[in-house]
Structure formats: C-alpha cells, structure tokens
Ligand binder design. Structure first.
Ligand code: FE
Length: 252
C-alpha cells in the first residue's frame, strides 16, 4: 500500500502526509507496527483525527495502538489527544515539561493516568515484545521539552520538527542542495542554537540510520542523504546565533 515506507511481515512503518486541511501547516503522522502492536507518532489536530483513524484501520485495529508519542506540545502534534485516548487504550508519552499544559487541548482528567511524563534523558519502549524503540532527547529542537524516536527495526529516525520542509511538491528528497531552500527559513527561526545542533549530530551519528522522517514535509532516504542532512545541520547557525541587539528595538 502506498503509505508503507517500511514493510516486512513483522514490522511496518506507515506514513501519512496528505491528511492536513489546506489552511493548516502540512503535517506528517506516522505509525510503527511491530508484531501487531502499534505506536502512533505525533497524531496532530482535530481535522486530521477522523481521517487518520480510518486510514490506520487499514493496517491495524485502533485498539492495538499501545503507545502514542508526542514529540512536543504544539497543536499540530497534540490537539487531538483526547480523541485518541478515548478511542484506544494507548498510553501517551510526552516531556514532563508539558504534561500539565496539554490539558488545555481538552484532555479529560479521567485520562490523567494514561499520560506518561518523560524525564529529559528519554527512555526505551518495547513494541510487540521485542522491538525496542529509543526515545531520544532533542530538547530545543525546537521545543524546550522535545524528543525524537529511533526505530532500530526499520532504522528510521523520526526527527519531529527537525528536518521540516515546507512548500516542496515531493515526499522523498532527491537533491539535497535543491531541498535546502524549503528547510532553511524554518530551521533558522525555529531551532534554538548551533550548539544544540552539534550535540544532536554527535548523538545520532552513533545510530545506524537509513531514513529520517520529519513531522513536516519530505523524507531523507538512504545513508548518503541522511549524512548530508546531519552535516548541514551541524554547520548551521540558527535561533539565538542570529539574534542581535538590532532586532530588539522598541517599535516606532
Ligand atoms: Fe513544533
């Protein structure tokens, strides 16, 4: 099926890129399935919810979703969380910095016990008995309490807002240099500092990555493209690196 970006009998990764309404920022959702158990990543907002739940049903009964991963607190990640907790038996993982904030998206207090606050160091979550997913610290990329998921069974890194691209009309990056223009503005403004990008690069270089899947826009496929992306970020000045006193003036 067209949404499968990794497909073996035991392990599948389903990628949804076409569910966001036109006026909203394009957002990707992903589902990791291992031996019939699912983890849903960054499910998104209310308008995505009903389409996503029916698309997911083609691959797995929604009640087989065991985990919901929330990379950070933004509405395009979390807004539909109450619906997901109502229609599944999943537990949701989010940074401990955000657990009390996400109630403002309408999360009912009866689901309190199913929201798992994560400490800064991240964690490991076992899916389907023997696939151990790594929840990696990615704080300040861009949110203050931010995580990414590495799936060692597919060798895919789910990078959240890092690697986001906006405005391109393809879903696999073919030419990295040409792709930079769709990422650069977003990264320079939303990512916090080059120091953080270097910490991140040092961490992810220790992983065997075949694909990087961001939460917006196109996928980086193959080791060469993955390395180009990591090298680009490692040398990029962003966020506070680019701020000057000139930008902090009382408006006329
Ligand atoms: Fe965000």
């Amino acid at each position: 099926m067209k949404n499968l970006i990794y497909d073996t009998p035991e392990h599948k990764v389903v990628f949804f890129e076409e569910l966001t309404p036109a006026s909203a920022v394009q957002s990707n959702q992903a589902l990791i399935i291992h031996r019939g158990e699912g983890m849903l990543l960054d499910p998104g907002g209310h308008k995505v919810f009903s389409k996503l739940i029916s698309d997911i049903s083609l691959y797995i009964p929604p009640n087989r979703i065991k985990y919901i991963f929330l990379s950070h607190q933004d509405p395009d990640i979390v807004a539909s969380i109450n619906g997901w907790l109502m229609t599944t038996e999943a537990v949701a993982y989010v940074s401990k910095l955000w657990t009390r904030f996400i109630y403002h998206f309408g999360l009912d207090s009866q689901f309190e016990d199913r929201v798992m606050p994560m400490d800064d160091g991240g964690t490991r979550i076992t899916l389907g008995g023997d696939c151990q997913l790594l929840i990696l610290p990615a704080h300040f990329l861009h949110s203050e309490g931010n995580f990414q998921v590495y799936d060692p069974c597919s060798k895919i890194l789910f990078s959240g807002d890092l690697g986001a691209s906006l405005g391109q009309d393809y879903f696999f990056v073919e030419n990295f240099e040409e792709h930079i223009k769709y990422m650069e503005g977003f990264h320079r403004r939303y990512m916090v500092s080059n120091k953080i990008l270097r910490f991140w690069a040092n961490m992810v270089r220790q992983l065997d990555i075949e694909m990087i899947v961001p939460q917006h826009g196109a996928i980086f496929r193959g080791k060469d493209m993955v390395n180009r992306f990591i090298n680009w970020l490692e040398n990029l000045e962003v966020g506070v690196d680019l701020m000057t006193q000139e930008k902090y003036k009382i408006p006329l």
